[in-house]
Design a protein. Structure first.
Length: 263
């Protein structure tokens, strides 16, 4: 694809945030074209930065083997977290802010130091982590009906939208991120169940993969960055009126309300 083609695809995705979902990008990207898709993601990241948005971390997607198999890939993907994507724990998300949202419970890491080693492993990543927090990621897609390929979701900033960080923020020492249980509730009813092991075998495995990938691109994780390590269970569609709560054993909980806009 020409540079103009990448720019046009990136612009179409930006317009979709306000204009509504667009068709899958099959005429622009082959379904498995990760390089092209990350180029489109990077174009939009730079545009949004020039508009004043501030990067505060990264999100990891496709950490479940079943989802990787569905999209025909053998690795996760990532997107960028901006400061204006965070909504306060217990607060509200308006329907006009999203298109076709779903919620998933995750473990978030807050980094204590930069991670620039392209061969960093899970143990070293743990040493660079300041805190762990429960999180909800509100995923969304600018691709109609969620008919996404690997390239679609990567180009679309990892199908990201908003996130919630819960309390407390705990040091990693002594926490069991592998066998901890997760419950995602919608209106106090169980909507999704999972464990830390569902996230690429261990959330620290996912975070180390991200750190290696970013270091190889000369865009390392930085001290203070938030890392959403990936879903611990199936994502769940949400509708206006829903109260969403995630509880992760030994780590904590977080919540938000999804509501129609005030008139």
């Amino acid at each position: 694809m020409s540079s103009h083609g990448f720019e046009a695809a990136a612009a179409a995705l930006r317009r979709a945030y306000r204009g509504g979902a667009i068709s899958p990008m099959r005429s622009v990207l082959e379904p498995g074209d990760g390089d092209g898709a990350y180029r489109i993601q990077e174009i939009n990241t730079r545009v949004w930065e020039t508009e004043g948005r501030r990067i505060v971390g990264r999100k990891i997607g496709l950490t479940a083997k079943a989802v990787q198999a569905q999209l025909g890939v053998d690795q996760p993907d990532y997107g960028v977290l901006f400061e204006d994507m965070q909504i306060a724990n217990g607060s509200e998300l308006y329907a006009s802010q999203v298109i076709q949202p779903k919620a998933e419970a995750e473990i978030a890491l807050i980094m204590a130091s930069d991670v620039s080693d392209p061969e960093v492993d899970a143990e070293a990543l743990a040493a660079a982590t300041a805190f762990v927090a429960p999180a909800i990621e509100i995923v969304d897609s600018r691709i109609a009906d969620w008919k996404i390929s690997f390239a679609d979701t990567v180009a679309d900033n990892g199908s990201s939208a908003f996130f919630v960080l819960g309390e407390p923020h705990r040091p990693l020492d002594g926490l069991d991120l592998y066998s901890c249980g997760m419950v995602l509730e919608i209106n106090r009813q169980v909507a999704s169940l999972g464990t830390g092991a569902a996230c690429l075998g261990h959330p620290l495995n996912a975070a180390a993969w991200l750190a290696r990938t970013l270091a190889a691109r000369s865009e390392p994780l930085r001290a203070g960055d938030v890392v959403l390590t990936g879903a611990l269970g199936p994502m769940t569609p949400i509708r206006p009126g829903d109260e969403v709560r995630a509880i992760i054993g030994g780590i904590g909980s977080c919540s938000f309300k999804f509501i129609e806009d005030r008139i």
